[in-house]
Design a protein around this ligand. Structure first.
Ligand code: BG6
Length: 479
């Protein structure tokens, strides 16, 4: 009998997190304020992320700030990593907080206490043979850079980022082999505060300043690729995009073309630059039509061309369904990143449409386009969990979600896609990026921390903890 072994030996099973969403200790170890430290908790965060007047100031009279304490990973990392090890994690995706290393961002010398903290975390992971996968910038930058320099609008950030990346590569060259530059780099087309560190003040800002900021990030990312390869031979460094396969609502060619254009801009523009090393042809027309003229310095284009990424990491939560002429009601019914309702799909309690087949489609599309190894570094279901009287948390809905997505990855591997690993998002409950809520939980591990800030921070294993442990132990055979 022909035995299919879908997931390759050495497949990187694990979980994913980001510094600002779990560490807390926002003023310890010499850390400076970073941009998520000034983002409020609750659904109001979604409005703040689109607020043209947002000034990166704290306003404790008006708001709460859940990232300040988060789940206190800063002090509890040993306990948490022991739980990851118990689940059998082969890898752990985490990010480094830029403002722990360079508190203001424009200093010349890194903060030793910050560097030492991540040494301890990496040592603890390596003790259990868990391979760290590190995002250099996950939705944050030092607030000082946002306020004084206008975030990534300024070319100076390239220098600061380079200094930061160099400090990391030199310090951790014997501990970290897998790196990523900017988390979900393409998401700034929708929410620039998180990735680019500035608010869109007027409609025109969406064009010239945003794409100039993108150019700065592409240059910074390519420099990081170059430095990583020079400083850490054998290391691999990837880009990271949020991917939403984009469907046309029907077979009307006008709608199909519209969906294609949206997909080019959102799914492929950034990846094309980082993976192929060139601005794609389609973007020239977009630039022309929106009056965008990039300032490109001598040597930039060569740098991009010569320093492309080794692998493509992406997050997958949902697909997007598009239609050329949307009614105002239809606009509001889409997913967080646009589109309209897909009548074939159910959605999470936050309106994110659940589409496991879309992951198989995404993997095929990305592999067809780039022929580079892929890495699903985020996927998961944000859901309300209930702790039963006996202390158990029976998150069958999460198991169902993950099972279907893992099956879809197995199918894509059979389709011929080269897949390195799978790190579901928020393997331990943490603060939501878009809403600052604790109640939007993704974890295999429950954390007793509530939206109002109460809770003991105690960790508890959910039903999905035991399920995922078995998935890893059988290399994806027992689902
Ligand atoms: C991704 C981000 O967009 O989705 C994470 O990289 C984020 O930082 C995750 O937490 C889930 O989104 P949310 O808004 O539910 O936390």
């Amino acid at each position: 009998k022909h035995e299919e072994k879908k997931f390759p030996e050495g497949f990187l099973w694990g979980g994913a997190t980001a510094a600002n969403q779990l560490e807390g200790a926002y003023q310890e170890g010499g850390k400076g304020l970073n941009t998520p430290d000034v983002l409020p908790g609750g659904k109001v965060r979604l409005q703040v992320l689109k607020d043209p007047g947002f000034d990166f100031e704290l306003d404790p009279e008006k708001y709460t700030y859940p990232n300040h304490e988060a789940i206190d990973f800063y002090h509890r990392y040993k306990e948490d990593i022991a739980l990851f090890a118990e689940m059998g994690f082969k890898t752990f995706r985490m990010s480094i907080s830029w403002s722990r290393i360079f508190p203001k961002g424009d200093e010349l010398v890194p903060n030793e206490e910050g560097l030492a903290f991540y040494d301890r975390v990496f040592d603890e992971l390596l003790k259990y043979k868990i391979e760290p996968v590190v995002t250099i910038s996950h939705y944050e930058l030092p607030v000082h850079l946002a306020k004084e320099y206008g975030g990534w609008r300024s070319r100076e950030l390239v220098t600061f980022f380079e200094r930061y990346a160099t400090a990391l590569f030199n310090r951790y060259k014997n501990k970290v082999k897998y790196w990523m530059t900017f988390n979900e780099i393409n998401s700034s087309l929708h929410m620039p505060i998180l990735g680019l560190g500035f608010a869109i003040q007027k409609e025109e800002d969406q064009y010239q300043p945003t794409f100039q900021a993108y150019h700065h990030q592409f240059v910074a990312s390519a420099r990081a690729v170059q430095l990583c390869h020079e400083i850490i031979p054998g290391a691999q460094i990837g880009c990271m995009i949020v991917y939403l396969p984009t469907y046309s609502v029907d077979s009307n060619p006008e709608n199909v073309l519209y969906a294609l254009k949206e997909e080019q801009l959102f799914n492929y523009f950034c990846g094309d630059v980082q993976v192929r090393g060139e601005y794609p042809a389609f973007i020239n027309r977009y630039f022309r039509e929106h009056g965008i003229k990039l300032e490109i310095e001598e040597g930039d284009l060569e740098l991009l061309k010569e320093n492309t990424v080794d692998y493509i990491a992406f997050s997958y939560y949902m697909s997007r369904t598009e239609k050329k002429d949307k009614t105002p009601e239809e606009v509001g019914q889409g997913n967080i990143l646009g589109g309209i309702k897909n009548v074939f799909l159910n959605a999470s309690d936050w309106g994110w449409e659940i589409d496991p087949t879309g992951l198989q489609i995404s993997l095929n599309q990305l592999y067809d386009r780039y022929q580079k190894p892929l890495f699903v570094v985020e996927n998961g279901l944000g859901a309300y969990d209930k702790v039963e009287e006996d202390g158990s948390i029976n998150d069958d809905y999460r198991i169902d979600y993950l099972r279907e997505h893992i099956k879809a990855m197995g199918e894509a591997i059979e389709d011929g896609v080269e897949l390195m690993g799978y790190t579901p998002w928020g393997c331990i409950d943490l603060v939501s990026a878009s809403t600052g809520e604790m109640s939007k939980r993704y974890g295999f591990i429950y954390v007793d921390k509530q939206d109002d800030g109460s809770g003991t921070l105690e960790r508890k294993k959910k039903k999905s903890f035991f399920w995922f442990k078995d998935v890893i132990a059988t290399n994806g055979e027992n689902l």
